[in-house]
Design a protein. Structure first.
Lengths: 452, 192
């Protein structure tokens, strides 16, 4: 809470000047009409200031507790990206105040929105005025939604209180998942019973084959009809249902947008998150969440690895809780300026796992990682998160031709890098949900071909 | 960003009647231009008339674009200078003074309220009521002053009738607005 300190506004100075000047001018020239011209100004100013003084008298008698002003913000601690968040600003207005001017939160990352003016307190007790705003936050990360300013106005705006700065209020905005239907992946038998049919015998529901009875086979598996037809005991063998293990590797070393002149982008407003929807970090995190959600929904085990901060990685898991864990961890993703090379801890990618590499592929480090994984026999899917089409112009550049040429060189290198990845058997696709589904279907198809 | 669309006020604690800072500027601009027209076109005068008209219109636009500038002071001083040049002005001095007072208060609010702000009308009620009270106090005083001191210079015809009519309209509208303000107080329990 804050004790308001009232000062005269420019209008008060204007009123004082005119209240002296015009009557003096009228008297000096002997013109009663000029005096009358000033009369409403003089009387009105006197009435306003008198009302302000009378309002201040009971306030000072009541003590500082009743004359303090304050501003507070209420908002949920955590919301999903794109969801609506209700922000309520609560202003405590002391008596003797004609109006309270509040700066409201804005849509997006900047807290400086429009201004709302609410009525003040005319009685002898302070009153609480509430302003509510419903925002839709397009960014994920730790987003500053409100830092309201409060200014008290009295006596026809002739007196103003010093502006009071409200508290910063940030909301954790969890990255949203795009709706997508990634295809079933090649299963791994080490997991708990999952949704994918394997080519190994087990306790699944699908029939794998029928073969002759061997010692140790369960009696309940005997297929009596086939046994009668062939004259010897035969058993039905079912396919083993299992999970697929997927490692989503997120490259957080860079955040680049469509405008090449702005590369690399600075960190988000609170040091985490992205400052621009549609930039590479935003696309990477959203693609990772989309993949994770779709894979978890079909019963797969997913681990998410931050390639510049491996300690931030999420260990393998299944179910909705794992999705919550992944979203909560990715919300703190940030551009990691110091990270030059990608870091993958030994044992992060187990044999048989599918590695999904999410990156804008702007340097060789991430290509080296993909090729290393391929050499180990890991199926690798590359999800390209460079936003496009790129704007190569550098407005205001002293050497536009040189800058444009440099940007084209980077583009060429990147295209060559992706070509080499495809040649080594890495499936490459963009980050849209539909494209992710196509890429994962392609992985599953290849594995089936290899299996035959 | 504006509150609309995509976001909305929750009207529980806010009086639902809102105006924007732009509307406030329009109202102040209309009042200022009315004062200019009365001063320059009706009050008569000589060579200052056309020059005053042009200058005052420019000053009105300037002070609304930048309410914290000293242009509002310039506006009133120029109006006073034009008044000095007008021979048959005394009966209109009070209505023009009332308009200038309204412009003065309006510009003071414009300096506090940005154009895209949303203003609860109830916050402005005390200023409106105070303005009406001011005119109600000034009217009898002005009549006495004009009759005793400056009345001999006034043309007794239409301008006097206009001044009396304007005063009557002011008093009637004051009563009406005070009644409306009282209604607003009763409804919200904490009005102007």
């Amino acid at each position: 809470m804050h004790e308001p300190r009232w000062t005269g506004s420019r209008a008060a100075r204007r009123a004082a000047l005119l209240c002296l000047l015009l009557p003096t001018l009228g008297v000096a020239t002997g013109r009663a009409d000029v005096v009358l011209l000033a009369a409403p100004l003089v009387v009105g100013t006197a009435l306003a200031l008198a009302a302000q003084l009378l309002g201040a008298a009971p306030r000072s008698a009541a003590g500082s507790a009743d004359s303090a002003a304050g501003v507070a913000v209420r908002a949920p601690a955590q919301v999903g990206q794109g969801e609506q968040v209700a922000v309520e600003i609560e202003a405590t207005v002391p008596p003797g105040t004609q109006a309270a001017v509040l700066r409201l939160p804005s849509q997006g990352s900047l807290p400086f929105g429009t201004v709302g003016v609410v009525r003040g307190a005319t009685g002898t007790r302070p009153v609480t005025r509430r302003l509510g705003v419903v925002l839709s936050l397009p960014l994920w990360g730790s987003v500053l939604v409100a830092r309201p300013d409060l200014r008290l106005v009295g006596a026809d705006a002739l007196v103003l209180a010093d502006p009071l700065t409200g508290p910063h209020r940030t909301v954790r905005v969890l990255p949203a998942a795009d709706r997508g239907t990634p295809a079933p992946l090649r299963p791994r038998t080490t997991g708990v019973v999952g949704m994918h049919r394997t080519r190994r015998g087990g306790e699944g529901l699908d029939l794998l084959d029928v073969r002759e009875f061997r010692p140790g086979d369960a009696m309940r598996r005997i297929d009596w009809r086939v046994s009668a037809r062939r004259g010897s005991l035969h058993v039905r063998r079912n396919a083993l249902d299992a999970d697929a293990d997927v490692a989503v590797l997120v490259d957080t070393r860079l955040d680049v947008g469509r405008q090449v002149a702005g590369w690399p982008r600075p960190p988000g407003p609170e040091g985490v998150g992205t400052s621009e929807p549609g930039a590479s970090l935003d696309l990477s995190v959203r693609a990772a969440v989309t993949l994770t959600r779709s894979l978890l929904e079909q019963g797969d085990r997913v681990t998410v690895v931050d390639l510049s901060r491996p300690r931030q990685s999420v260990p393998p898991g299944t179910g909705r809780r794992q999705l919550r864990r992944v979203r909560a961890r990715l919300v703190d993703s940030a551009v990691h300026w110091q990270a030059r090379k990608v870091v993958l801890r030994p044992g992060s990618i187990q044999p048989g796992m599918v590695a999904v590499l999410v990156s804008p592929f702007l340097d060789d480090a991430v290509e080296d990682l993909a090729l290393r994984l391929r050499r180990r026999g890991t199926e690798v899917v590359a999800v390209d998160t460079l936003p496009g089409p790129l704007d190569l112009d550098h407005p205001g550049s002293h050497e536009p031709v040189r800058d444009r040429t440099a940007a084209r060189l980077v583009q060429r290198e990147r295209a060559e890098r992706l070509r080499r990845l495809r040649a080594s058997g890495v499936v490459v696709g963009p980050s849209e949900a539909a494209a992710l589904a196509r890429v994962l279907r392609e992985v599953a198809r290849r594995r089936r071909q290899v299996g035959r | 960003m504006h509150l609309r669309p995509g976001s909305s006020w929750t009207a529980e604690e806010i009086h639902p009647r809102l105006v924007t800072g732009w509307l406030l500027r329009v109202v102040v601009g209309v009042l200022a231009l009315a004062a200019v027209l009365v001063v320059v076109l009706v009050a008569g005068g000589s060579g200052l008339r056309l020059l005053g008209l042009l200058v005052l219109v420019g000053v009105v636009v300037g002070m609304l674009a930048s309410p914290t500038s000293p242009l509002a002071t310039v506006f009133v001083v120029l109006a006073a200078l034009v008044v000095l040049d007008a021979p048959a002005f005394p009966w209109l001095a009070l209505p023009v003074g009332a308009l200038l007072h309204a412009v003065h208060v309006g510009v003071a609010w414009c300096a506090v309220v940005p154009p895209d702000a949303e203003v609860e009308v109830a916050a402005l009620w005390p200023s409106v009521v105070r303005w009406l009270l001011t005119q109600a106090l000034c009217l009898p005083v002005a009549l006495v002053v004009l009759l005793v001191a400056g009345g001999s210079r006034a043309a007794p015809g239409w301008s006097g009738a206009a001044a009396v009519g304007a005063g009557a309209v002011l008093v009637a509208s004051g009563v009406l607005l005070a009644w409306l303000a009282r209604r607003g107080t009763d409804r919200t329990g904490d009005g102007p």
